[in-house]
Design a protein around this ligand. Structure first.
Ligand code: 4AD
Ligand code: MG
Length: 485
């Protein structure tokens, strides 16, 4: 429809409207054009993805991040100031008011005929790093401050939001309470990984004690402190009062592992449940993962379809497959037998007692069982002190959930609730008791069987988005040598 064909009443609405300029999100316009009103005057605001056209008319693809889809804005050049339009380039941020009409072009249901354009911020085409399409993911990591403006990262970030929301919804609907566990910790008993120190001591002038060691009694907390590697130990305290709780927060590990599956700062979801044994724990983990994947399939369809088209042709099929099949459950010992008998050449050789590497985990999942696997009853020497000891004296009630393409996505266990057995383990491992007295008291006063697990949020995101590198599923990744943005 051409501007001079707008009926009179539209001009009227337009005038009234212009004084308000209430913004409509593009997702709303595309979702329910009949409600937002074909033929109505609306205002949209967003970033220009592309501009093309001819002498008379320009077509602008505008995106405001509310959906993967951009809306086409048709600009009759004769109606606008030439200098102003020169500023409307890829990357510029603009506000457009105009008429929403059915689109004659293929690929979009509606488009907008611009009546008024305001430029909030231009983007010099010679300098704007996202001027052209088709950048590599590696390059986009170097401009993590701008990559949310790409279709890929828009999709990833919207899915990430939906997954975070679904996690809270899942637990809330089940009557679990969200517990905020501390980020700064004075105990490093968990042993889940190397820790980052937190200190206010002057690095150039460290106070020393008589034996020449750093005197942390002069530090902010009067002791040596670190960033947490897990919220579990604090989570257990709450579970032994509220029955079913979960934590969902950032965790930090200072390992120098530069892999596509490790971050130095990642988010973890850790439910902890009184009166659960290992089987209950496995049931919850499987149900939880399936719920989240189903939620993504239902609520992130457009974004998943985009990622499937661009990066991973089997993405949606794989997501459906996981939600529709039972996970395989088997003991570690059995898994090692299978791996040894496979005759497969692994980079890291397998024998009973070794910690499985992701190549072993993926072999089991992708080649042997062809579905997610939950391994249980690991050797106690490769697992944390708090895991419940089996009667065989060799293994503990641990569980790792292994996923296609990812390997370990969840690690958890039934916890040792017996005070004496826990103390034996603590002595064996030389864990300083004085740091752990509060944890141990839960086993002294009203101890209860309980269990829990930790889901790596970014590992989940890798699986759900089909992205190959964990750096591409968190907005601002922290990895060795990288903490920009
Ligand atoms: O297996 P982990 O180390 O288990 C714990 O921390 C327990 N306290 C959890 C519990 O029982 N409450 O870590 C749990 C999960 C892993 O399965 C993995 O998905 C993820 O956290 N994870 C990482 N994700 C990204 N980068 C890293 N460096 C990770 N380390 C672990
Ligand atoms: Mg683990």
């Amino acid at each position: 429809m051409h501007i001079d064909l707008i009926p009179q009443w539209h001009i009227l609405t337009y005038n009234i409207f212009m004084s308000e300029t209430k913004r409509t999100k593009i997702a709303e316009l595309l979702k329910t054009p009949e409600k937002t009103g074909i033929g109505n005057l609306v205002t949209i605001k967003g970033w220009v993805r592309t501009k093309r056209g001819n002498k008379n008319v320009a077509f602008i693809a505008l995106n405001d991040g509310s959906t993967i889809h951009s809306i086409q804005v048709v600009v009759d050049l004769a109606d606008f100031d030439e200098e102003m339009l020169k500023l409307v380039n890829t990357g510029a941020c603009i506000s457009v008011s105009g008429l929403l009409v059915e689109s004659p072009g293929a690929g979009q249901s509606v488009e907008m005929h611009a009546k008024q354009i305001e430029v909030y911020g231009s983007a010099d085409p010679d300098l704007y790093p996202l001027q052209k399409k088709g950048h590599t993911l590696e390059f986009l990591r170097e401009i993590a401050h701008l990559r949310p403006r790409t279709n890929t990262f828009g999709a990833v970030l919207r899915i990430r939001h939906n997954m975070a929301y679904a996690i809270h919804k899942y637990f809330n609907d089940k009557g679990f309470y969200y517990i905020h566990t501390p980020i700064i910790t004075g105990s490093d008993a968990e042993g889940a990984g190397a820790m980052f120190r937190v200190t206010t001591l002057d690095m150039n002038n460290l106070p020393k004690n008589e034996s020449g060691e750093i005197d942390y009694s002069q530090d902010f907390f009067g002791k040596s402190t670190n960033l947490t590697v897990s919220g579990q130990l604090n989570g257990e305290l709450a579970a032994l009062a509220l029955s079913e709780i979960y934590t969902f927060g950032p965790t930090f590990r200072a390992e120098n592992s530069n892999t596509p599956r490790h971050l130095a700062e990642f988010w973890m979801i850790e439910p902890e449940m009184a009166f659960y044994d290992l089987n209950d724990n496995m049931d919850l983990a499987e149900d939880f993962l399936k719920y989240l994947i189903r939620y993504a399939l239902e609520h992130c369809k457009d974004d998943l379809e985009f990622l499937e088209k661009m990066y991973d042709k089997e993405l949606i099929e794989r997501l459906n497959f996981v939600t529709n099949n039972d996970f395989e459950r088997l003991p570690y010992t059995k898994a090692v037998e299978i791996l040894v008998a496979s005759g497969q050449k692994f980079e890291f050789p397998v024998e009973w007692g070794v910690d499985l590497q992701s190549e072993h985990e993926r072999y089991l999942v992708e080649k042997v069982f062809n579905k997610p696997v939950i391994l249980i009853d690991y050797p106690r020497d490769i697992k944390a002190f708090y895991m419940k000891q089996n009667d065989d004296g060799k293994t503990v009630r641990a569980m790792d959930v292994l996923f296609p393409r990812i390997g370990e996505i969840i690690g958890g266990s039934q916890r040792e609730e017996n005070y004496e057995k826990l103390m034996d383990r603590i002595h064996e491992l030389n864990i300083p008791e004085k740091d752990m007295w509060w944890y141990l008291e839960t086993r002294k006063f009203g101890t209860a069987p309980h269990a829990g697990f930790g889901l790596g949020f970014e590992r989940l995101m890798l699986f759900v988005t089909g992205m190959a590198n964990i750096r591409d599923v968190i907005p601002f990744p922290r990895t060795p040598q990288t903490a920009d943005f």
